[in-house]
Design a protein around this ligand. Structure first.
Ligand SMILES: Nc1ncnc2c1ncn2[C@@H]1O[C@H](COP(=O)(O)OP(=O)(O)OP(=O)(O)O)[C@@H](O)[C@H]1O
Length: 307
């Protein structure tokens, strides 16, 4: 099914998943974000991998109670990918039998324009979640400047000068996410765009939130979830890793232990091995053997330290 040329399935009515956790930390971030949105600003959730940007963005969009479209930043994007494009033709046929004995048939081909997500969201007042927007080139994203500033979408860039501007619907909301970690494929300099949104910097979740998420995702007990979180946080604190471990690593460890029914106990060899494997690879993404060995050693030392 199509809506304005878009596959209807790409329009989401966000619902809160049953394992989504709302703690004081999350409520606080979300309340601030909703206040900025209410005041008419776009918001930008910025944080390293695993700080919950996408999950919180989708949760905020569920609070806005509007259909939502999601775009994932991509360096191949051109402005027309954000606005829309001409995809194929439609045949228009006119049959004129005004005089009964004469039938005149006229056929012409009309280019078929398909709105992309940004245009659909602007026209209909939907929420747009633009995940990892700094992965797209700044030139492609420039189209968003007038959307955020003047609430006008300049579709002439893609449709030709005769088409002009689309007025942005008052309910349109934009939620951006980005990861400040400097790695290949991210375009750092999008200052003009960043000046037009309110940035909320997200750090790793607080301890209580991490325990609640791991418990909710893995169904381990609170005590066992806390043991997993202690390892994540102690490892982070030591600052010895290329990248600090994320909640994702903790979820992987906890889910695996839950499936195995293995005790979350420092004397259980399986627990130690799973932590080493998951955390060593998560904290050394390039697969640098030396870094991996170092992380394994640190994890072992941590285990020996635990009572
Ligand atoms: N409040 C929450 N309740 C339950 N699970 C959560 C919550 N927040 C985050 N998570 C889980 O934590 C993990 C990381 O979250 P998320 O993907 O939102 O982070 P991110 O910052 O967008 O990461 P990346 O930059 O790597 O995409 C996911 O598995 C997600 O399901």
């Amino acid at each position: 099914m199509q809506l304005n040329g878009l596959d209807k399935n790409s329009i989401i009515n966000p619902v809160v998943l049953s394992d989504f956790v709302v703690t004081d930390y999350i409520s606080n971030v979300v309340d601030r974000a909703l206040a900025y949105i209410k005041a008419g600003f776009a918001i930008h959730l910025r944080g390293r991998s695993g700080t919950g940007k996408t999950s919180i963005a989708m949760y905020i969009s569920s609070k806005l109670n509007r259909p939502t479209l999601v775009i994932h930043g991509d360096e191949e994007f051109r402005t027309s990918d954000l606005i829309g494009g001409r995809y194929g033709y439609r045949i228009r046929k006119t049959i004129d039998n005004f005089v009964q004995s004469v039938v005149k048939v006229e056929e012409d081909l009309v280019e078929r324009w398909v709105d992309s997500r940004l245009t659909t969201a602007c026209k209909n007042g939907y929420t747009l979640v633009y995940d990892e927007f700094t992965r797209s080139r700044p030139e492609a994203n420039n189209i968003l400047l007038s959307v955020l500033q003047e609430r006008l979408l300049d579709i002439s860039v893609a449709r030709g000068a005769e088409e002009g501007y689309v007025k942005v619907h008052p309910d349109f909301t934009a939620i951006f996410t980005s990861n400040p970690e400097d790695y290949a494929g991210v375009y750092g300099s999008q200052d003009a765009l960043r000046d037009r949104m309110v940035t909320l910097d997200l750090d790793n979740y607080d301890k209580e939130t991490e325990i609640s998420i791991i418990k909710s995702k893995s169904k381990l007990s609170r005590e066992d979830s806390e043991r997993v979180v202690n390892i994540l946080r102690d490892l982070r604190e030591l600052g010895d890793c290329e990248y600090g471990p994320t909640i994702r690593g903790g979820i992987m460890i906890a889910k695996t232990l839950q499936v195995l029914g293995a005790p979350v106990d420092k004397n259980n060899e399986m627990f130690r091995q799973i932590c080493e494997e998951v955390l060593a690879s998560e904290t050394s993404r390039a697969g640098n053997l030396q870094a991996l060995r170092k992380v394994r050693k640190v994890i072992n030392e941590l285990f020996n330290k635990y009572a």
